[in-house]
Write a protein that binds this ligand. Structure first.
Ligand code: ADP
Ligand code: MG
Length: 357
C-alpha cells in the first residue's frame, strides 16, 4: 500500500471539515479527490502531506505501512503542486527547479554538476529544456505549472500531491496538461493524489476517484464505477447533467409517476416512491410514438456544434429536459426548434426514497 488514510476527522473550531475519512492509495496509483468547493479536498491533501494535523486521537496516515504522523514534512519525500504555485520570481526556470536540491543539508546536497544534470533532465521531462534561462513572467500559465511540477519532482518524491494544479489555466491547456501528467506519472512510477472539482478531469486522469461532499466520502471507485454505478444521488448529480423524475419501484421495475408519461400507472400500495435519474445520452428521442412508453416534449434549443447534438426539451408538464444524440441520429430525425418529440429512457439510475409518503 502506498498511502493509507485511516478514519481521519478534522474540525476547525466547531466546523467538521473531514468526517471519518479513510482511503488507500496503492503504489503507482493516481487517485483523484473530486468534490465541490468546500468539501474538504485540500484539507485531506494537506493532512496527507503533513502540513495539517488531524484531530487529536483520530485515525492515522501511513506511507508504505509506516505511520508518518511523527515524521517531519521534509522527510516524507512528498512533492506538491498547487493551483497558484508561486515560483520564485527573481529566479530563472533552472534556479527554480534546482532550489529543492540546493537547500538540502550539506551532506545530502548533490554536486554542482549533478544538480545541473538533474535539473536539465527534469526540464526535458516537462519539455522546457529551451526555457531554462527564462524568468517566470516570461512563461505562459501552462509552462509555469510545468516548472512547478519539475520543481516538485526535483526532490525525487515517492508521492506527488497536486491541488487543482491546472485550475487557473484555460480549457485547452488543461486538457493537454492532464494527458501529459498522466504519462509522466506512469513514466516515473509515482504514487499521486490529485485534487480537482472538475469531474471530466478526474474521470480522464485517475485510476480511481474519491467523490467528497461536506467532509464525507460519497464513493470511491474507478472512473467507470462512479460514472455508471453512482453510489448516491450526490454522485449522480456531480458527474454531469442529468434528468430527474419522480417514480415508483415495483420489484425491479420502475414506473415514472409523472402523469405526463404515457405509461400505465401502477402506483399501488405495494410500490415504493423512488427518484429516477436519466443522463441526456440515455434518453432516446423519436418524432413519433414508437410503441414504447414515452414522454411527449417540445424541442426548445439545439446545440449541434460538437461530437454529439444536445437537445433542450420541455415536457408537456413544463419540466425542462436534456437529451443527447449522435449527429447521425439527429440528422435522420430532421429536427427543428418547436418540433414535438417523444422521449424514452434507455437506461436509468434509481434510488428508493428514504422517506416514503
Ligand atoms: P476544498 O479544497 O474541497 O474546497 P477545503 O479543504 O479547503 O475544501 O475546506 C473545507 C472546509 O473547511 C471549508 O468550509 C473551509 O472553509 C474550512 N476550512 C479549511 N481550512 C480552514 C482553516 N484553516 N480554518 C477554518 N476553516 C477552514
Ligand atoms: Mg481546495
Amino acid at each position: 500500500m502506498g498511502i493509507e488514510v485511516r478514519n481521519i476527522t478534522k474540525t476547525f473550531g466547531t466546523f467538521a471539515a473531514l468526517r471519518d475519512v479513510s482511503l488507500g492509495v496503492a503504489t503507482g496509483e493516481l487517485v483523484a479527490l473530486l468534490g465541490p468547493s468546500g468539501s474538504g479536498k485540500t484539507t485531506l491533501l494537506r493532512i496527507i502531506a503533513g502540513l495539517e494535523e488531524p484531530d487529536p486521537g483520530s485515525g492515522a496516515i501511513l506511507f508504505h505501512d509506516e505511520d508518518v504522523a511523527r515524521r517531519r514534512v521534509s522527510s516524507r519525500r512528498v512533492g506538491f503542486v498547487f493551483q497558484h504555485y508561486a515560483l520564485f520570481r527573481q529566479m530563472t526556470v533552472f534556479e527554480n527547479v534546482a532550489f529543492g536540491l540546493r537547500v538540502r543539508p550539506k551532506r545530502l546536497r548533490p554536486s554542482r554538476n549533478l544538480v545541473k544534470y538533474k535539473v536539465l533532465r527534469l526540464l526535458k521531462l516537462v519539455q522546457l529544456e529551451s526555457m531554462a534561462n527564462r524568468y517566470p513572467h516570461q512563461l505562459s500559465g501552462g509552462q509555469r505549472q510545468r516548472v512547478a511540477l519539475a520543481r516538485a519532482l526535483a526532490i525525487e518524491p515517492k508521492v506527488l500531491l497536486l491541488d487543482e494544479p491546472f485550475g487557473a489555466l484555460d480549457a485547452r491547456v488543461r486538457q493537454e496538461l492532464r494527458q501529459w501528467l498522466r504519462r509522466l506519472h506512469d513514466e516515473i512510477h509515482l504514487t499521486s493524489v490529485f485534487v480537482t472539482h472538475d469531474q471530466d478531469e478526474a474521470l480522464e486522469l485517475a485510476d480511481r476517484v474519491l467523490v467528497m461532499n461536506e467532509g464525507r466520502i460519497e464513493q470511491i471507485g474507478t472512473p467507470d464505477e462512479v460514472f455508471h454505478r453512482p453510489a448516491t444521488e450526490f454522485v449522480v448529480k456531480f458527474m454531469g447533467q442529468v434528468n430527474f423524475f419522480h417514480g415508483r419501484l415495483e420489484g425491479d421495475k420502475v414506473h415514472f409517476s409523472t402523469m405526463a408519461w404515457d405509461w400505465p400507472e401502477h402506483a399501488g400500495a405495494s410500490t415504493q416512491p423512488a427518484r429516477v435519474f436519466v443522463r441526456p445520452h440515455e434518453l432516446d428521442v423519436d418524432v413519433e410514438r414508437n410503441g414504447q412508453p414515452s414522454l411527449q416534449a417540445v424541442v426548445t434549443r439545439i446545440h449541434s456544434a460538437g461530437p454529439n447534438v444536445r437537445l433542450e426539451l420541455r415536457a408537456a408538464s413544463g419540466e425542462p429536459l436534456c437529451a443527447e444524440l449522435t449527429q447521425e441520429r439527429f440528422r435522420s430525425l430532421n429536427l427543428s426548434v418547436g418540433n414535438t418529440v417523444y422521449v424514452t429512457p434507455r437506461d436509468v439510475t434509481v434510488f428508493a426514497d428514504e422517506s416514503p409518503k
